[in-house]
Design a protein around this ligand. Structure first.
Ligand SMILES: [Zn+2]
Length: 139
């Protein structure tokens, strides 16, 4: 069976939400490099994040499911300033991007927070961090 990478994640929480949803829909999938990322988040960028691998024959359906999941997520996370849902999940350079913030995040376990991905509001330009942990605790 052939597997292809359809998404990469910086963080194991959204990766698990996505793979869990695909499994519910009967898609064969698994997370590649998950252990590396979880144990050593500082290496995450170096290896390209956690890769969501799906059965090549189901890739198109899997992409549709992920698009639906992401648009649902968008509705749950409207812009806190103007309540627009015209938003997107974007990568942003870590603000205090240096070894100290990486080390601090590691020591305080806050590396599990999605500090490098934010929602960007196209209506008012506001950027804000998603509350990924809320989803994880509901499982
Ligand atoms: Zn806004």
């Amino acid at each position: 069976m052939e597997y292809i990478n359809i998404r990469s994640f910086d963080n194991y929480i959204p990766a698990h939400i996505a793979s869990g949803r695909l499994e519910e829909e009967g898609i064969n999938c698994w997370l590649k490099d998950e252990n590396t990322v979880t144990i050593d988040p500082i290496l995450t960028n170096a290896i390209g994040g956690i890769k969501l691998m799906v059965d090549a024959r189901q890739a198109e359906r899997a992409a549709d499911i992920l698009r639906k999941l992401e648009s649902e997520h968008r509705k749950l996370t409207p812009c806190p300033r103007c309540h627009s849902q015209n938003i997107d999940y974007v990568s942003t350079p870590r603000k205090a991007g240096n070894w100290f913030s990486a080390l601090w995040g590691f020591l305080t376990l806050s590396y599990a927070m999605p500090v490098e991905k934010v929602f960007h509001c196209f209506d008012c330009g506001h950027e804000y961090v998603a509350e990924e942990n809320r989803d994880a605790t509901n499982e």
